[in-house]
Write a protein that binds this ligand. Sequence first.
Ligand code: SF4
Length: 328
Amino acid sequence: MAKKGRVFSGARPTGRQHLGNYLGAIKNYVGMQAEYDCVYCIVDVHALTTVETTQELKLNTFEMALDWLAAGIRPEESILFVQSHVPEVMELHTYLSMVTQFGKLTDLPTFKEKVRQQPENVNYGLVGYPVLMTADIVLYKTDVVPVGIDQAPHIEFAREIVRSFNYRYNTKVLIEPQVKHTEVLKVVGIDGKDKMGKSLNNHIELASTPEETTKRVREMVTDPARQRKTDPGNPDVCNVFTMHKIMSPQEEVDMINVECRRAGIGCVDCKLRFAANLNKHLEPFRAKRAELESQQSYVQDVLNDGGKRARVIAQQTMVEVREAMQLP
Ligand code: SF4
């Protein structure tokens, strides 16, 4: 079947992936491979805007790639690579920065948020982050970028930069990427409060053993008003129930929805049921991960090969970009 076009998506190297990463992004990445020519990038250069030491970058990149592959990214079909393996992106970033107004960059809410988060390290890279992101996207002649609805303004900003470049050099060489709205599930962590994330230590790692996973599930916060097993609960305010709705068979979800409200099921039982369903769901992932891990250098070979394939596209784009700019 002919593919609909090229998809690009990038994510920072955060190491072992968790359930929130899987439901919020990786699942979509895997699904899009049937329809699109997919380019997936681990954006290690972007990570440098917030990390001060690089000792963990390599391991985090490796672990993340391993999880993506185990989850179903098919390297024979899609390109999976590391951003810094394609240095052309830095060159394009520089050219695009000349057509981007500084004031617009410093006005972006994402930049202001970063300044609030790390006032002691407001580096130049933070300001230029959206320009480098635009270079990532357009370097690979991307047609569509999958994003959740709240991320769409970032792609609109990238489209503006592309229009400025094409207008300045009277060319159509850079493609304005389209947004592909995807359902991005915001998974709440085991604390029942914040989005699942490593920094908050409220996550469930995909690569955990079944026992570790069950232990984490048992720590999940439930309906805070339900103090005793004999108190009726409210599944509508319980994160365990939300996760059941994503992972568990419909009959089980319906049963919990009824039994919780009349104290017919206790929270421990309810969590153990969820842990069992989650572990079942993760079985093929764990088997694949163990298999890939046992093949020495496999992941590195995939990333190296992906980098080479990405670079072929990137180099062609840069030939066209330099020609359009009439650089000597
Ligand atoms: Fe939540 Fe389940 Fe406990 Fe109800 S029984 S409060 S849905 S954990």
